[in-house]
Ligand binder design. Structure first.
Ligand SMILES: *Cc1c(COP(=O)(O)O)cnc(C)c1O
Length: 423
């Protein structure tokens, strides 16, 4: 459905009134700047706190106070089985079966754990193919994994750059690069949504091409989970990792997650770094020698569950379940579309800024990245002073993420009024 957008406040308010998800904003604490509610466009860095988070964490604190160690069995949500509680909703969000997902650890830790299993270089097939300019932590993980196998990143890491004068990768170029390196790549790994440009990669096509080339294919979904539609199972992705503190609103340093396709469960005894929480539940406390993994993604768990973080995670996942990813994505497309419309109306010739995020809704999530042509830092500072929370990326990019759960069309309009006034 194409909406004929209008550049006026009345129209923005009309969009808000017809928004079925409007009531969800009141489920979150909106941070203030200078004593006034901010326009919070930083949900891609740290999602907002649901008002129910405190209740979920307090339940665990109360059970811990009352029960001590007995809480493992007798807490309202017994801690021993806590990792099971998030599975169903996580599976809905990433398009997987509940057995294929588990919440655990932190994102980069999970990336390493998955690479231990899924990056298995040999003398002829040893390269990793990824996007240039991946998030720093991912770059460090890739380089150190390569070194761990006694290889050299200069040789073993293929980083694809956009064409000259372009900001984002063309899918056709990614597919060609996969084909051209088909004999040498062990692993193809991309962000789901690129953190800097906001580009939503074509997971289906990349997976198909990577696997056809004989490689394993994984994704870092830090900026995709809770933001765009994902069909990890259906698209046959081998593995994926994500964090929960960005769009998933589970709090700073929140518990992360992994997906392992059930196809990969059939490998007998896949190589992995094991720990007791991945050991068969019925025998875990026998404390015996000989690791026997749990079925499914659970077998990749290492440590027991950080329950306070996992409680915050559940609070947020409940909201996602109630709102539904489909409805969220539908609103998101219109909300970001409206921001794009206003930005283009204001500067049609791209004299002052350029949107580097792809313009098609299928190729992006909610984030728009703007390349500011002059005085970027000054404009960024001006925006924050006027109550807008957003972020700055060197050398001259601001990122704006209108989030469908808690941002409004009116906020998008008001942002634009302030932004305009700074040029
Ligand atoms: C946010 C983000 C990270 C952060 O890693 P942590 O392990 O959660 O600290 C890593 N990679 C990507 C792509 C990210 O967007």
């Amino acid at each position: 459905m194409k909406i004929a957008f209008e550049n006026n406040l009345r129209f923005a308010k009309t969009l808000d009134r017809s928004d079925h998800l409007q009531s969800y904003r009141s489920k979150f604490f909106i941070p203030e700047i200078n004593g006034k509610k901010s326009i919070y466009f930083s949900g891609n860095s740290l999602g907002l706190q649901p008002k129910t988070t405190g209740k979920f964490i307090n339940q665990e604190l109360a059970d811990w106070a009352k029960l001590g160690v007995e809480g493992h069995e007798h807490a309202e949500r017994p801690w021993l089985y806590y990792h099971k509680l998030s599975k169903k909703i996580l599976a809905e969000i990433v398009g997987a079966k509940p057995t294929e997902v588990v919440a655990m650890n932190q994102l980069t830790v999970n990336l390493h754990l998955m690479m231990v299993t899924f990056y298995r270089p040999n003398s002829s097939r040893y390269k990793i193919l990824t996007e240039a300019g991946a998030f720093s932590s991912d770059q460090y993980a890739f380089e150190s994994q390569i070194k761990f196998h006694g290889l050299n990143a200069e040789d073993a890491l293929i980083e694809l750059k956009p064409r000259e004068n372009e900001f984002t990768l063309r899918t056709e170029d990614i597919l060609t690069a996969i084909e051209e390196n088909a004999n040498e790549i062990a692993l193809v790994i991309f962000g789901g949504v690129q953190y800097y440009t906001g580009q939503f990669f074509d997971l289906k096509k990349i997976t198909e091409a990577g696997q056809k080339a004989g490689a394993v294919v994984g994704f870092d979904l830090a900026h995709a989970v809770g933001n765009v539609d994902l069909h990890l199972h259906h698209h046959n992705v081998d593995f994926a990792v994500w964090c929960s503190y960005k769009y998933l609103n589970s709090g700073p340093g929140g518990i992360a997650g992994v997906f392992v396709h059930e196809r990969n469960f059939k490998q007998t005894d896949p190589l992995r770094f094991a720990g007791w929480w991945g050991h068969q539940e019925s025998a875990r406390f026998e404390m015996k020698k000989g690791f026997k993994p749990m079925d499914g993604a659970d077998g990749w768990q290492v440590s027991n569950v950080p329950v306070l973080q996992a409680a915050a995670h559940l609070a947020s996942l409940e909201i996602f379940h109630a709102a539904g990813m489909k409805a969220l994505r539908n609103k998101s497309i219109v909300l970001t579309g409206y921001l794009e419309f206003l930005l283009k109306e204001n500067d049609p010739l791209e004299k002052y800024y350029k949107i580097i995020t792809p313009s098609g809704a299928a190729d992006r999530g909610c984030q728009l990245s703007l390349y500011i042509k002059r005085n970027g830092q000054k404009i960024f500072t001006g925006l924050t002073k006027k109550g807008i929370s957003l972020d700055w990326r060197e050398p001259n990019v601001i990122r704006l993420a209108p989030v469908p759960l808690y941002n409004t069309f009116e906020e998008v309009y008001r942002f634009m009024e302030i932004f305009k006034s700074l040029f």
